[in-house]
Write a protein that binds this ligand. Structure first.
Ligand code: PLP
Length: 428
């Protein structure tokens, strides 16, 4: 694993070149082989000091262009583009450091950073697929993912069959000779459906199908799908990884026997660079900072989600609660096997759209806002917000009801949040 990681992470990046530290036996640094074996919390916090300044925080390179000299020029002419910094759209040292950090925390072999979560999903799919290929995808994915598969990819003759991945027989039945990708989310929105990764990966790999999993709702602190044999993990880093509702970014992380070792480098050049969707250096820097507090933030957010879920389950105004940590959740046992905690996302139903709006609009401490994963608790109404453009019939296939309220728990005190929700629920 290390050979590849060092090539991809350090080849182009003189800033945090771990190869140099590898030979250096001084204290104050974790050598590369030890770093890979650290616990998740330590991996998230640690990266080596900057080689030039010795700053323990990553420097930020706000550069669109990098100076050539005769040697660099020759390297570029010889096709060694990865070994040098050329132009911001092709890559930036701060972005490479984020990729290296994501590789470690996801337990992967390589990572490609992108401008957003949707850029990660698009670059992964368009990087892999050709016209005439077929995808099997869960019915319940992020709305823009569903719409891209259902409408835009069909324009390029890439068809998708939507299935319930909780029913392995329907996944098997949907596979065709030209199926190239099986796609699902570790925790799906808004029913918080948890995918049983091992049987899905086994089935796909028997048929030489690449498994792509969106891990946004779980975050690497809760679930690391590469450990279950998933080939590519796509993630919106705008959510838990950034963690402060102040940055948009994405990542594709890989560990796969089925894809070439340099697959992410190939698609960096043949897809991401051509589409113009690199992660900006300032965003990479914010995400690097976010990763350092990911474990503690998410740990607390999960505890609060559990308290809220238990509270809502006994609430007279709530007809149903969806949270993988509740024994009543359809995939509770699968969640227990795959995740050390159950995530910081939950949904509850208050009957109809009018009641849902009244609840979210009455909240004072929790905010009524799109997105998730930040330090502030955010709420939204999936049917008429994220999934507004999806036809009603498809929404019901996805298990989306009009009265659902989705909650992303932040870092506020759980009892204060319960009081806030109780006051809002009292208004319906
Ligand atoms: N995947 C999931 C599960 C999401 O919820 C989102 C956005 O909400 C995305 C992907 C897209 O991420 P971004 O907004 O960073 O493009």
């Amino acid at each position: 694993m290390f050979g590849r990681l060092l090539r991809t992470a350090c080849g182009r990046n003189a800033v945090s070149c771990e190869a140099a530290q590898h030979d250096n036996n001084k204290g104050g640094r974790v050598k590369a082989d030890k770093r890979a074996k650290l616990s998740f919390d330590s991996k998230a916090v640690y990266y080596p000091p900057d080689a030039a300044s010795k700053s323990i925080n990553a420097p930020m390179f706000l550069a669109s262009s990098f100076q050539y000299d005769a040697d660099i020029y020759q390297q570029v002419v010889d096709g060694e583009r990865k070994a040098v910094n050329i132009y911001g759209r092709c890559g930036n040292p701060t972005e490479y450091q984020f990729e290296e950090q994501m590789t470690f925390i996801e337990d992967g072999d390589a990572c490609l950073a992108t401008a957003s979560g949707m850029a990660a999903i698009s670059v992964a799919l368009f990087g892999l697929l050709k016209s005439g290929d077929h995808i099997v995808c869960d019915w319940t994915t992020y709305s823009s993912t569903h719409e891209m598969l259902d409408h835009r990819l069909t324009d390029y003759d890439i068809q998708t069959t939507f299935v319930d991945t909780a029913d392995i027989d329907s996944v098997r039945a949907a596979i065709r000779d030209n199926t190239k990708v099986l796609y699902f989310e570790t925790i799906a929105n808004p029913s918080m459906k948890v995918a049983a990764m091992t049987p899905l990966v086994d089935l796909a790999h028997e048929r030489d199908i690449i498994v792509i999993c969106d891990n946004t709702f779980a975050s690497p602190a809760v679930c690391r799908p590469l450990e279950y044999g998933v080939d590519l993990v796509v993630e919106s880093a705008s959510k838990f990884i950034g963690g402060h509702n102040d940055v948009i970014g994405g990542a594709i992380t890989m560990r796969s026997d089925r894809l070439p070792g340099d697959f992410l480098e190939q698609i960096r050049w043949n897809t991401m660079v051509k589409w113009g969707s690199p992660l900006a250096p300032f965003n990479a820097w914010l995400l690097l900072r976010g990763i350092q507090t990911l474990a503690v933030r998410v740990d607390r957010q999960c505890q609060t989600a559990m308290k809220l879920a238990e509270h809502f389950e006994g609430h007279a105004k709530v007809s149903q609660v969806w949270y993988p940590g509740l024994a009543s959740h359809a995939q509770h046992e699968i969640a227990r096997e795959q995740m050390p905690s159950f995530g910081a996302m939950l949904t509850f139903d208050v009957g109809d759209a009018e009641a849902a709006l009244r609840v979210v609009d009455s909240l004072e401490l929790a905010c009524f806002a799109a997105s998730l994963g930040g330090v502030r608790t955010t709420t939204q109404i999936p049917a008429t917000m994220a999934f507004l453009d999806i036809p009603e019939e498809e929404r019901s296939q996805m298990g989306i009801a009009e009265g659902m309220v989705r909650v992303s728990t932040g870092l506020e005190d759980a009892d204060d949040l319960i009081a806030d929700f109780d006051a809002a629920l009292a208004r319906i």
